[in-house]
Write a protein that binds this ligand. Structure first.
Ligand code: UDP
Length: 245
């Protein structure tokens, strides 16, 4: 894709326009950032893993009746997607306490939550992506009350599907982040990516809190074998898809 078509370069992806105004092309980079881009690096092969894992999960979810922005992958690191307007929210679903939930509430790492938690964070780097209440979401005109309910319903349904897939793959889905977009008719689509960059994934057979980590926490916490963990997730998910979907 030529430089001329480039619309935007983010931390992990580059977005290009195509000949069709309804379709965008996403290129998944190997670049990795953490802690609001204070830590930077490269994870060799990450672009392909994140593109292929996301593509497989989006196709599966679409088959289960959840609209996604996914269209197809013209190459291993490129995904064609519907041109939707991204709602500037990170919709986080948690099954097990980890990360900022532990930091902000004191819940111990690994505590199973009695009901999955759905949270909304404001996607705004300069504010540090703060946690929002429903009232603040409405106040900021980020989503209508109906859209907030729809986001929560979709997030819970997606969680049920992803939990089943990862569980079958021998992986515990601890938590993950989703992004959604709206088309010109205000139809809601699941967008962005679902990958080891955006999920916490623990190997079910490992109890060691470092060895079990198969996601971006290996990069965030300098645990080593980052590439192996990403590849491991791609192998398990694509293998599962070829057998069960
Ligand atoms: N997450 C993400 N992008 C972000 C923030 C969080 O993909 O900008 C994912 C993260 O990988 C984890 C989940 O959302 O799977 C919950 O993250 P948390 O709020 O615990 O934040 P963190 O501890 O990563 O700062």
């Amino acid at each position: 894709m030529s430089q001329d078509n480039q619309l935007y370069e983010g931390k992990a992806k580059i977005l290009y326009a195509t000949d069709d105004p309804n379709i965008l092309l996403t290129y998944f980079k190997d670049d990795a950032t953490a802690f609001n881009a204070q830590k930077r690096g490269q994870i060799v092969g990450k672009g392909e893993v994140n593109c292929q894992v996301s593509a497989a999960l989006f196709q599966y979810l679409e088959g289960k009746g959840i609209p996604t922005h996914y269209l197809d992958c013209p190459s291993p690191k490129e995904m064609r997607v519907r041109n939707v307007k991204i709602i500037p929210l990170e919709v986080v679903v948690r099954n097990i306490a980890a990360g900022s939930l532990c930091k902000q509430t004191g819940l111990p790492l690994g505590q199973v939550l009695s009901r999955p938690l759905v949270e909304f964070y404001y996607k705004k780097d300069e504010l540090g992506d703060p946690l929002l209440t429903r009232d603040r979401l409405t106040l900021l005109n980020l989503a209508t009350p109906d859209q907030i309910n729809q986001l929560e319903t979709n997030a819970r349904e997606i969680n049920q599907h992803l939990k089943t897939i990862f569980d079958d793959c021998g992986v515990t889905l601890v938590d993950f982040k989703l992004e959604f977009g709206l088309d010109a008719q205000n139809q809601l689509y699941l967008a962005d990516e679902i990958s080891p960059d955006t999920c916490r994934l623990w190997d079910k057979t490992e109890t060691d809190p470092q060895k079990r980590v198969l996601d971006k926490d290996r990069f965030r916490q300098d645990l080593g074998q980052v590439e192996d963990a990403y590849q491991n997730i791609q192998d398990r998910v694509l293998n599962w898809m070829s057998r069960f979907s």
